[in-house]
Design a protein around this ligand. Sequence first.
Ligand code: NAI
Length: 339
Amino acid sequence: SSFTNSTSSISTHLTRRGYGTESVPERKVAVLGAAGGIGQPLALLMKLNPLVSRLALYDIAGTPGVAADISHINSRSEVAGYMGEEQLGQALEGSDVVIIPAGVPRKPGMTRDDLFNINAGIVKSLCTAISKYCPNALVNMISNPVNSTVPIAAEVFKKAGTYDEKKLFGVTTLDVVRAKTFYAGKGKIPVADVNVPVVGGHAGITILPLFSQATPKSNLSDEEIVALTKRTQDGGTEVVEAKAGKGSATLSMAYAGAIFADACLKGLNGVSDVVECSFVQSSITELPFFASKVKLGKNGVEEVLGLGPLSDYERQGLELLIPELKASIEKGVKFANQN
Ligand code: NAI
């Protein structure tokens, strides 16, 4: 990923010599849901990112405290907190990247789809505001079910006449982060060297890690690959159960969200060869949205990369996931057009 092989990138360069700002463009990032379990550590990580010059932290409650706290960190960006709908416009105005971790998380026994009724409405209203106040921003959708919230966002933007398919991203980076960690652990490979593409969607069997394309190669058995695949698909549930009612992944998600936003910023800034997996509008399968490797550039998506060669097991997984992912996409589209 761009994060691991970024030795020559602007951000590594700046990190090494301290937080200089000249020659790095001004970039505003807004986090919606910034006082939440993901929002707070994500806000912290974005405050540490030298590519950010302004950081807007928005939530329906709690942002003055989070913003005051984070603003004392001596890194580049200016931080401001915004609370309540009447301040949402100000939070969004001028944003280059908007990250959305707003909404309720899972409790044990819940699927991501069980969150639909609450989160669909939240995402719809936030996206309506985005189309009004920062229609050109790259949108990083974290709120679940991502398989449906991304199509909802697309429909809202289409209705507003602001939809640009190059600028809407479902954040699936945590699936990649998990696949890398689990693969490295099983294969006894240094994790920093590992790359694993994860395609499909972001829920259960729609999460399809392509371990046949993982690098470096390892000699894991078919059974081990099946176990790794299941663990990646159930990684979120592993955390939900361990937290026993106190929510879902927040810290690893904040890390993953920060990596994805950093990749978006690098793309905007013209860094070459920035590639991350993301759930985007796509024509690489029959489905209108699909996660795969995506090349990021000055306008967002520069190229949606194909699936590459699949093993028989992966091809089977792909066939199995299509109907579920299709239904989740359609559910989102239907919601956006009915409500
Ligand atoms: P949380 O409940 O700790 O935080 C959510 C925050 O959103 C709260 O601060 C709440 O006040 C805020 N919020 C609610 N309505 C809002 C609105 N209309 N505008 C702005 N903010 C609003 O939940 P957590 O753990 O931070 O999870 C957030 C979302 O991220 C959930 O939907 C969860 O399922 C999803 N998630 C996604 C992952 C992914 O891989 N894409 C991984 C983990 C969680």
